[in-house]
Design a binder for this molecule. Sequence first.
Ligand SMILES: *[C@@H]1O[C@H](CO)[C@@H](O)[C@H](O)[C@H]1NC(C)=O
Ligand SMILES: *[C@@H]1O[C@H](CO)[C@@H](O)[C@H](O)[C@H]1NC(C)=O
Ligand SMILES: *[C@@H]1O[C@H](CO)[C@@H](O)[C@H](O)[C@H]1NC(C)=O
Ligand SMILES: *[C@@H]1O[C@H](CO)[C@@H](O)[C@H](O)[C@H]1NC(C)=O
Ligand SMILES: *[C@@H]1O[C@H](CO)[C@@H](O)[C@H](O)[C@H]1NC(C)=O
Length: 241
Amino acid sequence: MFRSRTCRPSLRVFAYVVATVSVLTVIAHAQRESHQPVTSEPQKSGESKSKLDEELFKRLFAQRRKDHIEAVQTLLKMDSYERLYKMIAVLAEKVVEVIESSKNIIEKAGFLPYNSSFPEDSNVKDALSSILENTALFGDIILHLPDITHRILKTQQGWNSTIHWSLNFANQTRHLLNKSTITMLHLVEQELNITERDPSYFNPYRSAAHAGRHEDIVKKKKKSARKEKRKKGPQIAKIEL
Ligand SMILES: *[C@@H]1O[C@H](CO)[C@@H](O)[C@H](O)[C@H]1NC(C)=O
Ligand SMILES: *[C@@H]1O[C@H](CO)[C@@H](O)[C@H](O)[C@H]1NC(C)=O
Ligand SMILES: *[C@@H]1O[C@H](CO)[C@@H](O)[C@H](O)[C@H]1NC(C)=O
Ligand SMILES: *[C@@H]1O[C@H](CO)[C@@H](O)[C@H](O)[C@H]1NC(C)=O
Ligand SMILES: *[C@@H]1O[C@H](CO)[C@@H](O)[C@H](O)[C@H]1NC(C)=O
């Protein structure tokens, strides 16, 4: 059976972001129910229930991070710079959209990251995980593919405040995040020059091989662009997702 080599993984990457209704909270509900002892136990107080929810949230978030790493590996394997550019541009747009709408929900609910206990309302919980998941995934993309992402972000100044907000929000909800994610987000803030770079700042995920390949592609493209100029008629770039 013939199948385009990159089509399906790309769609999978895309699905991670588009899943705005959080898998985390859905699974959390299911787990809690299945773990409920059959024998009657004294009702849990609101506070300990919220603690339990929070613990589940954290565990599942750490799990989701593994999916994100896998998604980024898929992006790194894409061999067409144009397709990759288009893919990340669309992903980034989706990320910003999802974060914006989740931000509205959280603000309407009066949720304050630094001063609220873990939310009970499932809409707020979903919004919370959407923000944190999308921020973390986008952070991974920024660090692993910095040059291409900077190029895209430069063309989209309108995204700036949302990106700032989400990183700040994640920073304020760091108690919900996995330690490796906190470290990663701190690198993202420096990569984007949101916080001043440490003198020793270094992006450990920048892939030299990938950057080199990009330059090769750009050089080749410049050459062929020159050739194509001699052709008559308009040239329409075909970019497929
Ligand atoms: C944090 O996430 C990574 C995967 O990103 C995982 O290997 C690690 O075990 C997690 N740590 C904790 C404390 O959950
Ligand atoms: C946090 O909540 C407490 C009471 O729950 C309140 O007194 C305090 O002003 C709040 N702080 C902020 C920064 O909203
Ligand atoms: C981006 O947004 C932040 C916070 O909203 C602001 O402080 C910063 O100046 C903005 N940067 C640019 C380049 O617009
Ligand atoms: C993140 O939070 C820490 C502690 O609350 C603070 O010192 C740091 O400046 C924050 N970073 C950003 C980028 O907001
Ligand atoms: C961040 O600042 C460094 C040094 O000041 C600069 O080399 C780099 O291009 C900047 N990056 C972005 C994305 O603005």
